[in-house]
Design a protein around this ligand. Structure first.
Ligand code: UD1
Ligand code: UDP
Length: 371
């Protein structure tokens, strides 16, 4: 099997790690980096730390408005798909790199497999929601992290999704011991376990809106907790542009590598975030999560009592950061740490419509193809 994997943004490097390792045991993978993220701490550090294969090609697309960035990726990925003619194009998550990879492939009649399919925030103002919906609906194979995600696809008329578990959980389990033994981030930042709050903010709807960004930073300041804030470059630029001065209890640092990040997550008294991946990792680590959004795709973490949605209300953020300390059960919502094996097994079975003897028709497998 020849698989062309498209990655480009930080969370995709984390997700691709476990899958590439399993995939390469018996198959050929061409790893294509779109170059959406390019700073060392947003890209190269993940390849080094996670032992990811070096990308076979980097398209160096870089930053830009949605249409321009996605369009440039689309044209460049198309050329690589033409050249490689893989059996599958494999995409992850919900970024512009995901959308461009999926669109380029489906137009060339190469089947698309989507890892992290079926997630919905039901907020179409989020660019990620558009990327998810379109990618799912042009994919021949939807690989869902949870049963809830596959049920959502069934409601949208796609009955043949495969529930694999969450590949980010695989990564977290695989790297937890290495993080404990290698990361020196707590010493470097002078942090004691349980005595700080970890915060990340990078969503466009929070960062590009001065009112929302100001309110979130105000909430962190008012918590009076010691807050460590690894700054995504989008957020760093916004803070500089708006001339915001952070309160003394909010300590901004450069983005950290994955090992440092999971060490910080594991040691934090609570985590305040708008990241999709970090909400899940808080759950994996058994740490309270305070989500500075109005909705989340990871509803299970809220339903089990480990994640609280507070929007951007400063008082609610401050109160939850300082006091929200759930104690309840943490059922295994995200699989057993072997999602990557299920992803590769599903790819090996081939697209549903090919197995059923028909032409490759994206998105909707034949009704006879129950998996
Ligand atoms: C993207 C994804 C988002 C994901 C996030 C993960 C889209 C639409 N959004 O958001 O879903 O949660 O990645 O982190 O795909 N920049 C740098 N250096 C870099 C990368 C970016 O300085 O290495 C700056 C640039 O000013 C750029 C801005 O960050 O304009 C935003 O980058 P972009 O990739 O467009 O979106 P993200 O906010 O990173
Ligand atoms: N992450 C990291 N360093 C940081 C911030 C995040 O290694 O400074 C990791 C985090 O542990 C998770 C992934 O990046 O594995 C999440 O990416 P991000 O929050 O950028 O995007 P999202 O998940 O919201 O799409």
């Amino acid at each position: 099997m020849r698989v062309l994997t498209v990655v480009g943004a930080r969370p995709q490097f984390v997700k691709a790690g476990p899958v590439s390792a399993v995939l390469r045991r018996e198959n050929r993978e061409f790893l294509l980096h779109t170059g959406q993220h390019y700073d060392r701490e947003m890209s190269a550090i993940f390849f080094d730390e996670l032992g990811l294969p070096t990308p076979d090609r980097n398209l160096d697309i870089g930053s830009g408005p949605h249409g321009e960035q996605t369009g440039r990726m689309l044209a460049a990925i198309e050329r690589v798909v033409e050249e490689q003619r893989p059996d599958w194009v494999l995409v992850y998550g919900d970024t512009n790199s995901t959308l461009a990879g999926a669109l380029a492939a489906v137009k060339l009649h190469v089947p698309v497999a989507h890892v992290e399919a079926g997630l919905r925030s039901f907020d179409r103002r989020m660019p990620e929601e558009i990327n998810r919906v379109v990618t799912d609906h042009v994919s021949s194979l939807c690989l869902c992290p949870t049963a809830a995600a596959s049920a959502q696809l069934e409601r949208e008329g796609m009955a043949d999704a495969v529930v694999t578990g969450d590949v980010m959980y695989d990564a977290f389990i695989e790297q937890a011991d290495r993080a404990r033994s290698r990361s020196r981030v707590l010493q470097r930042l002078g942090l004691a376990p349980d005595e700080f709050v970890l915060a990340t903010v990078h969503r466009a709807e929070n960062v590009d809106d001065a009112g929302r960004l100001g309110a979130i930073l105000d909430g962190l300041a008012r918590s009076r907790c010691r807050v460590v804030l690894p700054l995504h470059p989008r957020t760093r630029h916004a803070i500089a542009r708006l001339g915001i001065t952070l309160d003394p209890n909010v300590h901004a640092v450069e983005p950290v590598g994955y090992l440092d990040m999971i060490q910080l997550e594991t040691a934090a008294a609570a985590i305040v975030t708008d990241s999709g991946g970090v909400q899940k990792e808080a759950y994996f680590a058994g740490r309270p999560c305070v989500t500075v959004r109005e909705s989340t795709e990871w509803v299970e973490t809220v339903e089990t009592g480990w994640n609280r949605l507070v929007g951007c209300r400063p008082e609610a953020i401050a109160e939850a950061a300082a006091c929200f300390r759930p104690q309840g059960e943490r059922p295994d919502l995200f699989g057993d740490g072997h999602a990557a094996e299920r992803v590769v097994a599903a790819l090996s079975r081939g697209p549903a419509d090919v197995r059923a003897g028909g032409p490759t028709r994206p998105g909707h497998g034949s009704p006879s193809t129950s998996r």
